[in-house]
Design a protein around this ligand. Sequence first.
Ligand code: SF4
Ligand code: SF4
Length: 542
Amino acid sequence: MTVCDRCGGDTEARPARVRWPVRLALWASTFALGWAWVAPRLNGLFEGVRSGWRPALPALLATAALGLAAFVSGFVRVRRPTCVACGETMPPWLFAPARPHTDAAHALAGAHGEAEGAAALAGTDRRGFLATAGAVGASGLATAVAGAGGVALRQHRWRDVGRDVFFAEVEKVAPEQRPEWAGSRVKAYRRLGRTEAMVSDISLGSGRIEDDRVALLALERGINYFDTAPDYSRNGSEILLGKAIREHGERDRMFLASKFCTADGHLPPDTPVPEIIRTVEESLGRLQTDRLDLVHIHSCDTVERLMAPNFHEAFDRLKEQGKVRFLGFSSHTPNLEAVADRALESGRFDVMMLAYHHGLFPGIPEIIDRAHRADVGVVAMKTLKGAKAENLPGLRDRSVAYSQAAFRWVLENPAVSCLVVSFFRPEQCDEYLYASGTKPDDADRALLERYDRLASADYCRPHCGACLDRCPNGLPIDTVLRYDMYFADYGRETAAREKYAKLGASRDASACLGCPAPCAGACPFELPIRAKMVRAHERLRA
Ligand code: SF4
Ligand code: SF4
């Protein structure tokens, strides 16, 4: 017979329960294991770093087993040697005597004989079965709570972004179309540099257009500069504008700009000259016209692309044939200064198209001034600064339309010839054109400052590139994040995915999945680069 460790007295088997510090330690261990072992594996699955549940199973099962032990320890009763003299239960650090009122069955079994005791014990067994079933559920729940909590805390930097992206009530136009905007028309035309064309200060970009009535309405309201490209909606934009041109019947009133590219994307710089000419002729066919007023070398990220001899020879031949009139270039590159300098120095370009909006760094206005002095027309794009106003709840209760404030800011610069913005709904003619010919006031500036505060941690600035040399894999971080912006903010999901696919596995963000992120802290605007790249990869991979 076991003797008592404390007083040396005799012991007998009596009901005992697990002590509360032990139960507490079991629960604490469950959550600690969930945090330290399960959560990193779930987080890996969540971010796409790991694939499949199999690697996470040992951690999940071990944590669930510990959770089960913690739960069962709360109600289990066992018969343990207990000192008849001092009442100590063996071992004392683990067990304590069960309180009589919680152990009615065993009390009955001792005091009232076998039959009553057996009945009471049967009731206890049923309760025990139910409790065990509950224990299994509770242990699973504990594991899930610990794991999910760990994932949520590790992803806390996405909380604000996620709230705005997933829970915001998305606006496609201003929250409220004001009566005074109805029927707005273009009120100002500006000279497009040496082309001598007078173009509407607010002009139509057709990257998202799906209805030719929008283009017709824009024409009626006085817009005369139309920007398109073969890779907008896989030729769809040019086809639709062609229909509008035919219906409107006043081609001479329009200034039509397209790009050297195909439905599949920008032409590479070594494309043979006849092929470049053929793509422009195909654009003319879709646009139902005999000439382009302006053709851009699109997306000039390098001086080599800007000055690629084949583009220039193709342009000269097309110009001789009367099929194009002026040459321009567009650029999103961080290398803009070098590209713009070379473009101005070459004297080859009549127009430049670049991202320009409130809150940009000071180098851009200086480039615009230089272009203006060289009599090169300046077309501003990306004027809505990522178009996040639709997803920022903090801008909803505004008394000023964000779009109008942003346009006024851009047009306040007299060196800007016009801005191009995507029109895809008729009501945008009312809202956008209301800003034509007007200047920003204090309310506009306050709104733009608020936008900057709300959006700054989520917006990768065009022409920035301050982080690029911190990526050992040489990833085009700015390009990936721009495509993600097309997806999430512009609503151009298909086009964004197609562009992303063309980057290929060596340049897309798949390398970020297992990367220790030496790019961390490289963004002067405090963007969490790796997290944004991983999110972009998840959204953009087909
Ligand atoms: S996380 Fe991505 S962008 Fe950053 S250094 Fe690694 S591979 Fe480059
Ligand atoms: S992530 Fe930041 S540093 Fe990098 S290009 Fe974008 S804004 Fe510039």
